[in-house]
Design a protein around this ligand. Structure first.
Ligand SMILES: [Cu+2]
Length: 302
């Protein structure tokens, strides 16, 4: 009997193992490209492994106990309401102690490390990008460089209305992607012009609400060049699904070129909205900032 029990356990483990191997990143987190994304994936894997071990341990013991001590082979149930012996107290308290240790030490210390890391937006930050959510587009601003532009969906209306085949980056393509230099710590500040939006790029491991009247922060140091896509992830109105985020991460030289090219262009009005068929949203002036009460500013950005 024990042999078939072990065999069954082995089959389950092998099935799980092969599934995990096949899944790659398609069913998992996207490939992490920032320290925050790495840290998040590490925390996720740590918790996953520990709870899987606990799961198999607890249910294995349970099943073994049920089977071995079944009535059919003559076992009689013991009847007691509370632990009476030192051994029983040990059985009661040791799982409690183990779970306490796992929660506060095995998970707690790395989680604390991760949270402190997430919140450290200022140390060694080389660039500040202000992200303003607006129904239904994103406005990006490099305050120190005086560059500001809007970024909005370019997926043709025909694709949205199903009268045309959907493209590769359906609903995840914009006219002006945000461009960032690779390997530089970028401090992001989010806010909103109207309702709550949320700026989210899964590969960066960051998602921050853009709240009107508040400034919220996060940071990202992108380790690999490439195009990264995300979406607004806070239900913000009828075109919530039509305000994607696209970030092009390029070399330092390409970034400097792009920034220089953006400077004169930044004063021009945003284009392409009409071509896209997206209704013209409330105009966003390049220098427009939400009205933020001084008291809120002082609290949010010390
Ligand atoms: Cu939104």
């Amino acid at each position: 009997m024990m042999r078939s029990f072990y065999r069954f356990g082995l089959c389950v483990l092998m099935a799980l193992g092969s599934a995990a191997a096949l899944a790659g990143y398609a069913y998992n987190f996207p490939e992490p490209v920032t320290p925050i994304a790495h840290e998040t994936l590490h925390m996720h894997n740590l918790v996953m492994v520990v709870i899987l071990i606990l799961f198999f341990l607890v249910f294995g013991l349970l099943m073994y106990s049920f089977y071995t001590h079944r009535k059919a082979v003559g076992f009689k149930a013991v009847n007691f309401a509370a632990p009476t012996s030192r051994k029983q107290w040990l059985w009661v308290l040791s799982p409690f102690a183990l779970l306490f240790f796992i929660d506060y030490v095995v998970f707690g210390i790395p989680a604390l490390h991760a949270v402190l890391m997430y919140e450290d937006t200022k140390t060694d930050a080389e660039l500040v990008v202000k992200v303003t959510g607006s129904q239904w587009l994103w406005q990006y601003e490099f305050p120190a460089e005086g560059v500001s532009f809007t970024s909005r969906l370019v997926t043709p209306r025909a694709q949205i209305d199903n009268s045309e085949a959907k493209g590769e980056h359906y609903l995840l393509e914009v006219d002006n992607p945000l461009v960032l230099p690779v390997g530089k710590k970028v401090r992001f500040i989010t806010t909103s012009n109207d309702v709550i939006h949320s700026w989210w790029v899964p590969a960066f491991g960051v998602k921050r609400d853009a709240v009107p009247g508040f400034l919220r922060e996060f940071w990202a140091t992108v380790e690999k060049t490439g195009t990264y896509r995300g979406q607004c992830s806070e239900l913000c109105g009828k075109e919530h699904g039509f305000m994607p985020v696209v970030v092009n991460v390029v070399t330092q030289e390409q970034f400097a070129q792009w920034l220089a090219s953006k400077k004169p262009a930044a004063v021009k009005a945003p284009v392409a909205a009409a071509a896209v068929g997206v209704p013209e949203p409330t105009p966003v002036v390049a220098t427009a900032a939400p009205v933020i009460k001084p008291v809120l500013l002082a609290r949010a950005a010390p």
